[in-house]
Unconditional design. Structure first.
Length: 165
């Protein structure tokens, strides 16, 4: 009789230990899933609130040290529901494409071929809703119109404009 009570107590204690281990494992996995879901929701919310539009493109020419340089001036408006930080702008991608070549341009404040820079209309460190930035793209090759210009933010939101000359 005593041995049955001891056996029953051992089985009950083992059952409680197993149940607590299973519940701890489940709670850990639920916390990981919750964290992943929160990150996914924030990312989706960020993408939904972000929208840009290329409103105008012109091809300008300048002469520096007897060399003629052509560059695109691109006006891009923030038409989304949130401000875009300076870091996001600088991490953005700019692509120029004509019928024979596609150029991927890197951000740089220098006016070098193959690079792009920007100027904020209101220099406050962020690209606010309704604000337009002016992007200058110094292409290193002669692109023949029509030229497709695509500006892509780090979160994947983009705008495209077809420059015909």
């Amino acid at each position: 009789m005593v041995s049955e009570s001891i056996n029953t107590a051992i089985i009950v204690i083992a059952g409680l230990i197993v149940a607590s281990m299973v519940s701890a494992a489940l709670l850990t996995q639920i916390a990981v899933l919750d964290s992943s879901m929160r990150i996914a929701v924030r990312s989706a919310q960020d993408r939904l609130q972000t929208s840009i539009s290329i409103v105008l493109v012109s091809l300008n020419t300048t002469s520096i040290d007897s060399q003629t340089t052509k560059y695109f001036v691109i006006y891009i408006k923030n038409v989304g529901g949130r401000s875009i930080s300076t870091q996001e702008i600088q991490k953005s991608d700019l692509y120029l494409q004509d019928s024979s070549i596609t150029l991927y341009m890197l951000y740089s404040q220098d006016s070098k071929p193959g690079r792009w820079s920007y100027i904020e209309a209101i220099s406050d460190g962020s690209w606010d809703v309704g604000e337009t930035i002016i992007v200058k793209a110094y292409n290193s090759t002669s692109l023949i119109p029509p030229v497709s210009i695509r500006f892509v933010l780090p979160n994947g939101i983009s705008s495209e404009y077809r420059y015909v000359g």
